[in-house]
Design a protein around this ligand. Sequence first.
Ligand SMILES: [Zn+2]
Length: 88
Amino acid sequence: MAHIIAYYDFSNIDYKKYLISINEILQSKVEEKTKIVRLNLQERINFTQRGLELHKHDEENICAFCGNEITIKTIEELETYFSADEVK
Ligand SMILES: [Zn+2]
């Protein structure tokens, strides 16, 4: 049988502690995913993610798809894009 509490002394609650906690929660945020205009379809996102895995440690940095050079900027942009999902 449930125990019913008839009286509770709320004066012992440290509200300041709750205020601090709530403010911390309000200030924390999930990093917003950087938008990349060309990644507008899930298939393209999957393709790009796989491509990034393949080319990240590739010394030549030549795109398997189009034969162009993959710049560090592109790698960094995509790494940011695919890592922003995770809450830090
Ligand atoms: Zn390419």
